[in-house]
Every structure is written in C-alpha cells, then in structure tokens.
Design a protein around this ligand. Structure first.
Ligand SMILES: *Cc1c(COP(=O)(O)O)cnc(C)c1O
Length: 377
C-alpha cells in the first residue's frame, strides 16, 4: 500500500509516469521485522530484488549481509559499504573467471549444486567456504523456482565431500522454498533434507556449520499474508525438530519480503477500448507492462493491487495490458481484473507492492520505452 511519504512525494514532485517510488522507511521496518522474527539468523538481502544504491546503503548501515549473483551485484554491495565477508556469491551458475574476480574482491562464500561447479570454485577460489543447494518442490509458492537450482540431498553429500577433498571448506546446505511462499510448513521438509545432509557427512567426520534457508518471504498483494513473526516461529520450530539442541548457524535471504511493499508504481491509462460494440469486456492499456518492469505477471503469477481515484465505485472485469507492440504484453486476461467503470483515459493509477522485481526486469528500450525510473525517498 502506498505510504503517506509516497503519496506526498507524488503530489508535490509530480514525476512523469510510469515510475516507481520506494519508501526507505518501509525497508527499514521490514529489516527490523526479520531481525525480530529470526533473531539468531543472519540476514543476507537478495540484491536482485531491488539493487537501488540507496536501499543497499541503508541495509549495509543496518548491518545486513548480501546475497549476490554476479560480479556487478558484488560490486554494488561493496560500494554500498558492505565488507567482503558480508557478501555471498549465491548463484549456482558462475563463470570460472567470475569466481576468480569475486575471489580477488575478497569473497569467500560460494553456492554450488553439482560436482562441475565445486571443481570450478576449488580452482578459482582456493580454501573458500561452499554451501550446496538442495532441490525443493516449490509447493505453496506463487513464483516457484522449479528444478533449475539445487540437487538431491544424496548428491549434495557427494558434492560437499568432494569440496573437502579439493581443499575447500564444506560449510553448509542451502535451499529456497520458492518465492512468495504462502505455506509456513514449506521450510519444514527442506530443513529435514538439510539435516540429512549434515548427518550423512558428520558420520564421516565432515562437520557442516550452516543452513542457508533462502528467501520466499511474501509481500502482501491482493490477499493477506502471514507476518514475518509467523514465519520465524514456524522456521524455529522446524529447526528444533530436525536439529534438536545442536542448531546450526542459519542465514535467510529475503528479497521480495524486504522491499516488495516498499514500492508503488505510478502509471497512467493510455487507452480503454472494446473489441466489438456489444463486447462487455473492456481492454485497459497502461503505460507500463511486462517489458516495462511488470515481468512477474508472466502466467498471471503475481497479481498486483491497483488503486484508482474511483475506488469504491461500481467495477467490471477488464483485460489489463501494457503499451508495447508485442501481444505477449498482456498482464491479466485469463483472470480478468475488476476495475471501476468510471475509469477514463488519462487517469492515474497506483500499482502497489511493486518494490521488488520491477526496475531490473524492465527492458532497455523495447519499442523505445525507457527502463522504469525509480525514486527512492
Ligand atoms: C532470488 C533469491 C532470493 C530471494 O528470494 P525472495 O523469494 O525474493 O525472497 C534468495 N536467495 C536466492 C539464492 C535467490 O536466488
């Protein structure tokens, strides 16, 4: 939801549409909520969710660590004031020369999910800490991460054993339960898998130390979501259940949950039309679409709340689309979106909960449209 600071900024500055406005106070509140919900876990903000320098600087000053996926993201975190030991290279898919560059920048914590990658890390980042990512089924997530990342627990045991043999520090296990994860229980089965890897390696004298419990913490879109505190409790209970009194070090990597509700996009209605005279369904075209930053509407997965100046009036379902000349640039059609009948061309709307996964998803210049502008206040 738009905060008063966002509304004041939009009213006084009248920035050109479309644009994103991010309220740093909300990011700070979210950071403290995660700290409170999981006081024993270190927070590694997933930089990809929103790498605006102001956000990274704020989080660095609050003591956050950073999960990065590329040299550019590592450099952004360093420039924001994070020291190398507060940065993990969490992408399981890295060029060997990028691992070398990261190592030269002082990064000593790397993600792997197969033999081939652990061999690369051993060559390019000698003696570094590695954690192995295990697969999860992604059930309960509105933006699941599927089988692209991670391996089965039995293979994680082999990978970490190999890490040890290659002179690396086999440090732990990671997983990601899928983004916008609505099931508190999702962490339970992933932690069971992580514990199985710990136990198998402990039996051969390899003592892992850390579980990276990933992201997945949701942002409120159209439906209520459980609070960070509820996730914290469920996760702590699952940790106790699987690890007993010997709790490992833990880290979490919130992305969406850290910045999603900290942003709103101001957009303008470019066109409202129908496909025939007796067509009930209106087509509403915004000045932002899939290529302007709303890529997470792919498969209509993420459904953003949209506030208009006519809220409270009578509504009817619309097909909502972006302004570009690509027919894929339709946001909601399978499940039409209810919008006020009073809406007219030129009206401004606010697309809420858009602080995460928007600016960086915007195309460079498809159809000549500029990347999404952001104002961080
Ligand atoms: C994207 C990503 C995250 C953040 O996920 P959210 O669901 O946005 O919290 C965390 N960890 C890794 C490894 C990621 O790739």
């Amino acid at each position: 939801m738009a905060t008063q600071r966002m509304l004041d900024f939009l009213a006084t500055r009248r920035p050109e549409s479309p644009c994103l406005v991010v309220d740093l106070d909300v990011v700070q509140e979210n950071y403290h909520a995660f700290e409170k919900a999981l006081p024993d876990s270190k927070i590694f903000y997933a930089v990809k969710a929103n790498p605006a320098p102001e956000i990274l600087r704020l989080l660095a000053s609050l003591g956050s660590c950073f999960d990065t996926a590329s040299i550019a993201e590592i450099e952004m975190a360093l420039n924001a004031g994070a020291t190398p030991e507060r940065i993990s290279y969490g992408n399981t898919i890295k060029k060997e020369r990028d691992i070398e560059r990261a190592y030269a920048l002082g990064i000593r914590l790397y993600a792997v999910d197969c033999m081939e990658e652990v061999e690369k890390v051993a060559r390019a980042a000698p003696e570094a800490r590695v954690f192995c990512r295990v697969l999860t089924d992604g059930r309960g997530a509105e933006w699941p991460l599927s089988r692209k990342f991670g391996c089965v627990p039995a293979m994680a045991v082999e990978v970490l054993r190999r890490a040890k043999a290659l002179g690396l520090d086999p440090y732990g296990v990671s997983f990601h339960v899928g983004s916008q994860q609505m099931e508190l229980a999702a962490w339970d089965s992933a932690l069971a898998d992580a514990q199985a890897v710990f136990a198998a390696l402990a039996a051969e004298g390899i003592l892992l130390k850390m579980v990276n419990m990933g992201g997945g913490f949701p942002t409120r879109y159209l439906r209520d979501v459980p609070a960070a505190q509820a996730y914290g409790q469920a996760i702590f209970t699952a940790l106790r259940k699987h690890f007993g009194n010997r709790l490992p070090e833990t880290i979490i990597e919130p992305g969406r949950g850290m910045v999603g509700n900290a942003g709103v996009i101001k957009s303008e209605i470019v066109l409202i039309s129908r496909k025939s005279d007796d067509d009930e369904l209106r087509w509403v075209y915004l000045d932002i679409g899939k290529f302007g930053g709303l890529a997470e509407t792919m498969d209509e997965a993420i459904r953003y709340p949209i506030a208009t100046g006519h809220d409270g009036g009578e509504t009817a379902p619309c097909v909502l689309a972006g302004p570009t000349c690509d027919s894929a640039d339709v946001l909601y059609e399978k499940a039409p979106y209810p919008l006020p009948l009073a809406l007219t061309i030129g009206d401004e709307v606010l697309i809420e909960g858009t602080g995460a996964y928007t600016t960086t998803y915007a195309s460079v210049a498809f159809n000549g449209f500029e990347p999404l502008k952001a104002y961080v206040i």
